[in-house]
Design a protein around this ligand. Structure first.
Ligand SMILES: [Zn+2]
Ligand SMILES: [Zn+2]
Length: 91
């Protein structure tokens, strides 16, 4: 459910548009405890939905999430995903 009362407008760190935004936790809260998990980025609702669709369902290393997020923001994720998939098959 979308919580409308929490919505605010701002600049998305990924697409740079002025839209409704909220915080995305770089290290997913379902895998990493809420304590010491304050590393967030600001994403618009569209980019936020997109990053969650792209994130792997299984827990990854912290380095993975950091790298993943940087690539997502800079628009290199397509390349990263392709390489990631290839690496998975090669291992
Ligand atoms: Zn965006
Ligand atoms: Zn999120």
């Amino acid at each position: 459910m979308v919580k409308f009362r929490l919505m605010q407008k701002g600049i998305c760190e990924r697409c740079g548009e002025y839209r409704y935004i909220n915080k995305h936790h770089i290290y997913p809260q379902e895998f990493f405890s809420r304590k010491n998990n304050k590393t967030t980025i600001t994403l618009c609702l569209l980019c936020h939905a997109e990053i969650h669709e792209l994130l792997p369902k299984e827990k990854q290393s912290k380095e993975f999430y950091k790298d993943f997020t940087e690539k997502f923001i800079s628009g290199l994720l397509g390349v990263l995903l392709l390489m990631g998939i290839l690496t998975l098959f090669l291992i």
